[in-house]
Write a protein that binds this ligand. Structure first.
Ligand SMILES: [Fe+2]
Ligand SMILES: [Fe+2]
Length: 149
């Protein structure tokens, strides 16, 4: 059984590779549209399922609430970047510049989750609870993927 922290890190590593892949595309190409759409759907579904598992738990615990709120605010920021990029001209140089800002912000978010937020949550949550939250995440993510597609 995979605990929530191991499970989330697996997604993060995939997302880091997907961000690099989109950054390597150019112009309004099939490659760019497909790689970007795959990233958008997976990152959005990950964030939603993360909020319904780990962050729901953190927001309910006074000691972890502030860190939970901080991450949820960063998810909202990423949503705004995604919405903006969907509407921009894919062939414009501005698109890649904007995408690189999103890439930096998401890389920061994942590093912070792994190095600070998960570390703090691990101290407070039992191994059993961490496994239960992993299960909730795995149940929610496919549903959320359908929703954001
Ligand atoms: Fe997150
Ligand atoms: Fe995450």
């Amino acid at each position: 059984m995979t605990d929530i922290f191991t499970r989330l890190k697996q997604d993060h590593d995939r997302h880091r590779a997907m961000l690099d892949r989109v950054a390597d595309t150019s112009g309004d190409s099939k490659e760019r549209r497909e790689a970007f759409e795959e990233l958008r759907i997976d990152v959005s579904a990950h964030a939603n399922a993360e909020e319904q598992s780990l962050y729901a738990e953190m927001l309910a615990r006074p000691d972890l609430q502030d860190k939970g709120r901080h991450s949820v605010a960063e998810h909202e920021e990423a949503d705004e970047y995604f919405e903006e990029l969907v509407d921009m001209e894919f062939s414009s140089s501005g698109w890649l510049t904007r995408f690189k800002t999103l890439k930096d912000r998401l890389e920061h978010h994942m590093d912070e989750e792994e190095n600070e937020i998960f570390a703090a949550a691990k101290q407070d949550l039992s191994d059993k609870r961490a496994e239960e939250l992993g299960k909730i995440f795995d149940e929610r993510k496919p549903v959320e993927k359908q929703d954001v597609a």
